[in-house]
Design a protein around this ligand. Sequence first.
Ligand code: MTE
Length: 332
Amino acid sequence: MLIRRKKASGVASHEITPESVYLNRRQIIKASGLVAGSLVAGSAVSAFDAVMPKDKTTKFAGVAKGYSKLGETDKLTPLELATGYNNFYEFGTGKDDPAQNAGPFKPLPWTIKVDGLCAKPGTLDFDDFLKPHALEERIYRMRCVEAWSMVIPWVGISLADVVKRFEPQGSAKYIQFETIVRPEEMVGQRGRGGLPWPYVEGLRIDEASNPLAILAVGLYGAPLPNQNGAPLRLVVPWKYGFKGIKSIVRMSFVENEPKNTWKAMQSSEYGFYANVNPKVDHPRWTQASERRLDGGGSLGGLLAARRPTLMFNGYEEEVAGLYAGMNLATHY
Ligand code: MTE
């Protein structure tokens, strides 16, 4: 597998958030009078500026550790695999295409449009979008619908906080997300044969408000590499990876279920909910087990041992309540 991206410094897991940095951030927060998670934009500025990297080669200057629940056998996926084996069809359909082709993509400057059924719509510059929110590290399992999985330390903000901030109206039942369309920088968006663009995803508002859902801006303590969805992507760890839409430019509060790309392409194989479920097989392969890409096994970790897939990817306790009364076999 070809990986052209420079090694982003090969951090070991224990180096991601050294305690000294974490304490430092707490002092910054205290000094600025900011309560973590506060939505008061003005008071958050100093903490934000202190934490945000100045450019893509710099790391976040300390990020608080947020919710992470791993099993005893969960090991972090090496950075090289997490950034070298990707799905991002805008840059090609091969697993190493994104790493090879995403170099010229420019994730900054960036704007995010928030519209639809909400009281505070607007088009925000990337920094202004993030500023009111606390950045956190979350280590999550990511289970692709193709039956492989990884364990990734993300840096991100709570999607629940973002939802609250834009004040959805009562009639808003879903959020629709869209990826940027930039064929001049995204080779997969040129010509015929790709997916219909933009890539679209969606969540019910109550799903988006679950504390596990985040908008990620980084992994392994550094800004997101282009191939992982720079500068902003969705992470919903109890759902199949295709829900984790990358390089988001638009979020719309809507009444009806969004037409997400993979369901629109092939509704007999991919649904809207896409909750990880070992009991509901993909028509062409089993979902009862998965290949964990954690560096173990041969072929640079690509031929890893299979392990049983967990209901809701192991987050059943946190999210099962969202689907009470729903038939999970038909809402796949
Ligand atoms: N987002 C966009 N815009 N385009 C894509 O092709 N692929 C999805 C998801 N988000 C995809 C996307 C799929 S199928 C998966 S498994 C994850 O991104 C992969 O994320 P990763 O490459 O960071 O591991």
